[in-house]
Design a protein around this ligand. Structure first.
Ligand code: IMP
Ligand code: MG
Length: 177
């Protein structure tokens, strides 16, 4: 089976507009407070870069990263989560927003949420560029969702297939032929 780039599912312009809306929402929700962002590497880095520049600069924002693996090079979840790199900043007492590229099974997110909760985050919310339907192991509502997409494998805008395609400026479907 071969995988080839398919059609554009979400264009760069749509992502730009939606990210601006999410930034406005976050700026309203955290007005007068400060914010700690924990971005899940690698996929979220492109979305993160755009999102943080849409947050009101008067809000103090801290940013750190966790590198979490669940997929290997396959397009379905292995069910095993490994923390390859942890955050270095203090989580206790912080108002945290977890930034994800995509929530599929929700396994990665549930795992990270539990870790940050156990470390004493004062509040925890989630921002994700994409959400796939159904089979979510994450049992809460997602707070900031860019786009709900159908259950196809997508690449681009930070999302990869076997570490490729992260640099594509739009979200595209990866077709099997
Ligand atoms: P989950 O644990 O099943 O929710 O999967 C989360 C991680 O799997 C994401 O952070 C992505 O890195 C990866 N992933 C899930 N679906 C896709 C996809 O369609 N394209 C690229 N990566 C994906
Ligand atoms: Mg990935």
């Amino acid at each position: 089976m071969k995988r080839v780039l398919g059609r554009v599912l979400v264009s760069r312009q749509e992502i730009h507009n939606r990210t601006a809306e999410l930034g406005r929402q976050i700026s309203q929700d955290y007005a007068g407070e400060s914010l700690t962002i924990v971005a899940i590497l690698k996929g979220s880095f492109v979305f993160l870069a755009d999102l943080i520049r849409q947050i009101n600069p008067e809000i103090p924002v801290e940013i750190d990263f966790m590198l979490v693996s669940s997929y290997g090079n396959e397009t379905s979840s292995s069910g095993t989560i490994v923390i390859e790199k942890d955050v270095q900043i203090e989580i206790k007492g912080r108002d945290v927003v977890i930034v994800e590229d995509i929530v599929d099974s929700g396994l990665t997110l549930s795992h990270v949420y539990r870790i940050l909760h156990d470390r004493g985050a004062q509040s925890l919310r989630v921002a994700t560029l994409l959400e796939k339907p159904g089979n979510s192991k994450y049992e809460r509502d997602l707070d900031y969702v860019g786009f709900k997409i159908p259950n196809s494998f997508v690449v681009g805008f930070g999302l990869d297939y076997a570490q490729r395609f992260r640099n594509l400026p739009d979200i595209r479907i990866l077709d099997e032929i």
